[in-house]
Write a protein of this length. Structure first.
Lengths: 293, 416
C-alpha cells in the first residue's frame, strides 16, 4: 500500500506531461467533438448547433461508405502483404550467411524513407511513358504495351498498395526477426533430427514464437493503414474517378477544401472511433500475452 | 472556434518573436510573406527576380516568398487563414474570389485601384478579381488554354492548316493516327484535378453550354455541357487521345508535347516559350499555337478564363506594404519585362514590339483567345462543384459511366 506522499509525488511528477497532454490531445479532441455537432466553416462563422445531422448525412451518403470500403480494402491488402513479405524476409535474415549484417541494415532503408519521397519514387516507377515497371514488364513480355498504372481505377489502388508494402514491410520484418532470435536453437535441431520438414518446423517450432509479436505488428500497421493519407495524396490525390479516395482524403476535402469544419470533424471522429477500436484490441492483446507469460 | 484556435497558435509565435527580438536589433523593417505557385505561368526564378526589383526600390520592406504547387495553393491559403494568418499576399485563381470574399479571406481593394489602372488593364482581366461588384486584388496572370500543334507532324500528314473546329481536330488527329505518325496524337490534362475542369470548360464554351442556369442551379448536365464531355470520352474511346491523359496535369502535357510525342496539346501560355527552347525541347521551332477550336453554329474559337490575381489577406499586419508590392508586381514595365511565360494584363502591351518580338504567333492567338475567355461558375461552393465535375469527367473518360449519367450525378452532388 503506497503512502499518500508517494501517490501525491507520482501525480506531481506526471503533472507537466499531463498538462501537455491535455493541451495537445484532450482539448483539441473536445473541440472536435463540439465542432462535429455544428455547421461551422473553417474560416468565418462559428457555426450553429445541428445535433446529429452531420453524422446522419455521412452514414447515409455514398462518398463516406465508398471511402470506408476503399480504406478497408487498402488496409487489408497492404497489411496482409506486409506481414507475408516481412515474415519471409525475417526467416531469410535469420539464416547465417556472410554479409547478413549488411543486408539487415539495407532492409531498413525503405522504412527510413519519408513517405512523400517514397510516393514520388513510386510515381516515377509507375510513369506511363518512361516508368521502370512498364519497361520491366514489356521486356519480360508480360505486357504488350506501356500502361497507365495510376490512371486506371483497377490498378491504381494495387499500385499504391505495392508502394506502401515496399515501404512498410521492413517494420514487420524487424519485429519478426527479433521474435525469431528467441526460438531455441536446440529445439530446432531436435526437430530436424526427428525428421520434421521445413514447413512442419516452421508451423510447430517457430510459429508459436512469432504469433504474439506479429499480432502487435498487425494491429499497429492496421491502425496506420486506416489513417493513410500522404502516400495517396502524392500519388493519385484520390483519383482516378475516386478509386483511391480513402477516409482521410475525404476528411481533408470536407474540412479544408470545402471548408466545412463541422461535418469534417464528424467524419474525422468516425475515423478516430474505428482506429480506437483497433487500439483497444491492441491493448487487450498486450494484456493477454502479458498474463500468459 | 477560429478565434480561440488563433490564440493558442499565436502564443508560441509571440514567444518566438520575443526571442528573435532580443537577438536582432529593433529595425523598422516590414516583412511580407507572399504565397506563389510553382507550376505554369511565371517561373519561380521570374518571381524571385521581380521581387528583388521591388525590394531594391523599397529597402525597408523584406519579402519572404513561398511556392506551392497549384493543387496546394487554395488549401494553404485557407488553412493559414483558419489558424490566424501567415501570409500577407496570396496568389489566387479566378475561381476563388467568391469563396474568399464570402469567408473574409481577402481584403476589398476596390478603392485602391486608380483610374489609370482601371483603364489600362484589359477589361476581361478584371473578372479574375471581382465578386459581387467588388475587387479583391489585381489580376496578374492573364491566361487561357490554347491549342498547340507540332508543325512538322501536321506537315508530314499533309495537313495545311491547324483545326478551326473540334470536329476538325478529331479528323486531323485520326489522319495522323491512320498514317502511323503517332499512335495517340492529342494530349490533355485530365487527371482528377482542376486541370481537367479547365479543359472541360474550354469544350463546354465551344459547344455553347452553360454551367449554371439563371437561378444558380446546375445546367451543365444538359446541352453543350453534355456535348463537351461526350467529345472528351469519344476521343479517348477512338484512341486519338493519349490514354495517359487521364493521369496528367499541365506539366505532363508539356513534357509529352516537347518530346515530340503529341501532334496536338491543350495548355496554358507558358508552354509556348518553354517548348520552343532547344535546351529543353525536341520540338523547338516547330511549335504552332492557335486559339482552341470552336464548334459550327455555336462558336468560332473557345477559351477558359484561367487567370490569376494577387490579393491581400484580411489578416495581414502590413496591408499598405502588401498593396505596394502587388502594384509593383502587376505594373506594366514589370509585366512587359517578363512576358515570355505569361502575357501582360495591360492592353497596350500587346502592341509593344518589346513584348511581341519572337512570340508573334502566341500574341496573335492571345488576342482572339483572351477575348473569348469563358468563366467557370462564380460561386462560394466552387470547390464542391469542381470535385463533383472532376469525378464525372474521370468516370466518362474511363468508360465507367455515360457522360449523361455522370453529369447528372455531378449536378446532384455539386452542393448547388
Amino acid at each position: 500500500m503506497p503512502s499518500a506522499w508517494i501517490t501525491t509525488r507520482a501525480w506531481l511528477l506526471m503533472l507537466p506531461l499531463l498538462v501537455v497532454m491535455v493541451a495537445v490531445v484532450s482539448w483539441p479532441m473536445a473541440e472536435t467533438v463540439r465542432l462535429s455537432f455544428t455547421d461551422a466553416k473553417l474560416v468565418g462563422t462559428g457555426g450553429a448547433y445541428v445535433g446529429f445531422d452531420n453524422y446522419a448525412k455521412l452514414l447515409t451518403g455514398r462518398p463516406f461508405l465508398l471511402a470506408l470500403k476503399t480504406t478497408t480494402l487498402f488496409a487489408v491488402l497492404s497489411v496482409a502483404l506486409e506481414v507475408l513479405a516481412g515474415v519471409l524476409a525475417a526467416l531469410l535474415l535469420d539464416q547465417e550467411f556472410r554479409g547478413r549484417t549488411l543486408v539487415r541494415a539495407l532492409m531498413i532503408l525503405p522504412w527510413a524513407l519519408p513517405t512523400v519521397v517514397n510516393a514520388m519514387l513510386w510515381r516515377l516507377i509507375y510513369n506511363p511513358e518512361y516508368g521502370a515497371l512498364n519497361s520491366l514488364l514489356l521486356q519480360t513480355g508480360l505486357i504488350s504495351g506501356y500502361r497507365s498504372w495510376l490512371g486506371e481505377p483497377t490498378s491504381a489502388l494495387w499500385a499504391i498498395v505495392a508502394a506502401d508494402v515496399w515501404k512498410n514491410f521492413p517494420l514487420v520484418a524487424l519485429i519478426a526477426l527479433a521474435a525469431l532470435q528467441a526460438v531455441p536453437r536446440d529445439v530446432k535441431a531436435a526437430a530436424i533430427v526427428d525428421g520434421a520438414g521445413a514447413f512442419a518446423r516452421f508451423r510447430i517450432v517457430t510459429w508459436p514464437y512469432l504469433v504474439g509479436p506479429l499480432t502487435i505488428a498487425v494491429v499497429l500497421r492496421t491502425i496506420e493503414a486506416f489513417k493513410v493519407f500522404d502516400i495517396i495524396w502524392v500519388m493519385t490525390r484520390g483519383g482516378p474517378a475516386n478509386a483511391t479516395r480513402t477516409l482521410s482524403i475525404l476528411v481533408y476535402q470536407e474540412a479544408f477544401s470545402f471548408q466545412r469544419a463541422g461535418s469534417g470533424a464528424s467524419m474525422a471522429l468516425l475515423v478516430t472511433l474505428i482506429v480506437t477500436l483497433f487500439a483497444v484490441s491492441y491493448i487487450a492483446i498486450l494484456r493477454r500475452s502479458a498474463a500468459g507469460s | 472556434m477560429p478565434h480561440r484556435f488563433s490564440l493558442s497558435l499565436s502564443l508560441p509565435l509571440v514567444g518566438a518573436a520575443l526571442l528573435a527580438g532580443s537577438v536582432a536589433p529593433a529595425a523598422a523593417e516590414t516583412t511580407l510573406r507572399a504565397l506563389f505557385m510553382a507550376q505554369a505561368a511565371y517561373s519561380e526564378a521570374d518571381v524571385r527576380a521581380m521581387t528583388e526589383g521591388f525590394t531594391k526600390a523599397h529597402p525597408d520592406v523584406k519579402v519572404e516568398l513561398e511556392f506551392a504547387p497549384y493543387e496546394g495553393l487554395h488549401d494553404k491559403t485557407v488553412l493559414a487563414q483558419g489558424s490566424g494568418g501567415g501570409y500577407d499576399v496570396v496568389l489566387f485563381d479566378v475561381i476563388w474570389p467568391a469563396e474568399y470574399a464570402t469567408n473574409n479571406v481577402l481584403l476589398d481593394v476596390t478603392s485602391k485601384i486608380t483610374p489609370e489602372m482601371n483603364q489600362g488593364v484589359l477589361p476581361g482581366a478584371w473578372s479574375t478579381v471581382e465578386y459581387a461588384g467588388k475587387r479583391y486584388g489585381m489580376p496578374w496572370i492573364l491566361d487561357t488554354k490554347y491549342l498547340f500543334y507540332n508543325k512538322e507532324i501536321l506537315q508530314k500528314a499533309g495537313i495545311a492548316a491547324p483545326p478551326k473546329t473540334w470536329e476538325e481536330l478529331a479528323e486531323q488527329a485520326k489522319a495522323i493516327k491512320d498514317k502511323g505518325l503517332l499512335a495517340t496524337p492529342i494530349v490533355w490534362s485530365w487527371t482528377q484535378a482542376e486541370a481537367a475542369i479547365c479543359d472541360y470548360t474550354t469544350l463546354l464554351s465551344a459547344f455553347g453550354g452553360q454551367f449554371l442556369d439563371k437561378d444558380g442551379k446546375p445546367a451543365f448536365q444538359t446541352g453543350g455541357g453534355v456535348e463537351a464531355l461526350k467529345y472528351m470520352a469519344s476521343t479517348m474511346e477512338s484512341g486519338i487521345t493519349n490514354p495517359n491523359s487521364k493521369e496528367y496535369v499541365e506539366e505532363d502535357v508539356r513534357r509529352v508535347f516537347q518530346n515530340g510525342e503529341a501532334a496536338f496539346a491543350l495548355n496554358w501560355t507558358y508552354m509556348y516559350n518553354l517548348a520552343n527552347d532547344p535546351k529543353d525541347s525536341k520540338v523547338a521551332g516547330k511549335v504552332g499555337v492557335v486559339p482552341a477550336p470552336g464548334h459550327a453554329g455555336t462558336s468560332e474559337v473557345s477559351a477558359v478564363n484561367g487567370s490569376m490575381g494577387l490579393g491581400i489577406t484580411s489578416t495581414s499586419k502590413s496591408p499598405d506594404a502588401a498593396w505596394d508590392y502587388i502594384v509593383y508586381m502587376t505594373s506594366q514595365p514589370v509585366q512587359n519585362a517578363y512576358a515570355k511565360l505569361s502575357l501582360p494584363i495591360w492592353a497596350s502591351s500587346y502592341e509593344d514590339p518589346a513584348v511581341t518580338k519572337g512570340q508573334e504567333e502566341l500574341v496573335a492567338a492571345a488576342k482572339t483567345g483572351l477575348a473569348a475567355m469563358f468563366p467557370r461558375p462564380t460561386t462560394p461552393k466552387y470547390q464542391e462543384l469542381s470535385v463533383a465535375l472532376q469525378q464525372a469527367v474521370q468516370e466518362s473518360i474511363l468508360g465507367q459511366s455515360t457522360p449523361e449519367d455522370a453529369l447528372a450525378a455531378a449536378a446532384e452532388n455539386s452542393g448547388l
